[in-house]
Design a protein around this ligand. Sequence first.
Ligand SMILES: [Zn+2]
Length: 313
Amino acid sequence: MSTLYITHPACLDHQTPFGHPERPDRIRAIERALEKERFTSLIREQAPMAEMESLALAHPEDYILRLRDISPREGLVRIDEDTVMSPGTYEAALRGAGGAVLAVDEVMTGKVKNAFVAMRPPGHHAERIRAMGFCFFNNAAIAARHAQKKHGAERVAIFDWDVHHGNGTQDIFWSDGTVLYCSTHEAPLYPGTGALSETGDHGTIVNAPLNAGDGSEAFREAVETVIAPRIDSFAPDLIIISAGFDAHWRDPLASLNLTESDFAWATQKLMDLADRHCGQRIVSVLEGGYDLEGLAKSTAFHLDALMGRETGA
Ligand SMILES: [Zn+2]
């Protein structure tokens, strides 16, 4: 059984202002890391554009149409302080969501064991009706709902290890007990949500905030004692990873001190849970990660783990 890697060159056409951390070079850095010999066995597919029907699983239609309509023909349109649309943004965002949907299709039908979607813009800050924090469509949320609607998954667990709290994913699933949303993140930090006390209407929101300066030990303890037991007892039919790599020690946007080995370790933990509950099914979607070297190494280690290798050799 194999690992699927999904991307599309259109995600390089989402332009952000000079100096913006969420930039096309992120994907180029990942692509370069995956040119290594050991990644030749990855199955590669291109991300298609998501259909309205898929986007509407997480966002109302008028929100989607509004984004389409304000999409600029030239120049940049500012959505908030750090979220901008360029002429290529809307298609890139559609393909980000479409890639996540395709990953779910291939994993749920058993064509591949697991999948990683390397697209930008990221998604986990996108709420039902608000684009923010570099995000427009919530790819992980769309993937979870698509697995339920199209493939009969009853329960989906999402683990979001991006250094920022996934306020968007939490917002979308706040009143939905069929999706378990778990997050480790630095607090206090943007966007300010993700307190322990935020547990959702059904107790299926699980926040494990970490302190600035925390590293491997605190992260692994949170996964071992808080996140993994909850996923285990939830017994999901699919595990989705919101894979942001900005908790890496090199990252300029935050102050956690994880290494690429921590991401490989966490991936392995989730693979053990997926093995126990859901036929090894894991779909991972890229979120943040703004130091190019940290991002490329972490992604390579994450993929090594998904491909069944012990460590990033
Ligand atoms: Zn982030």
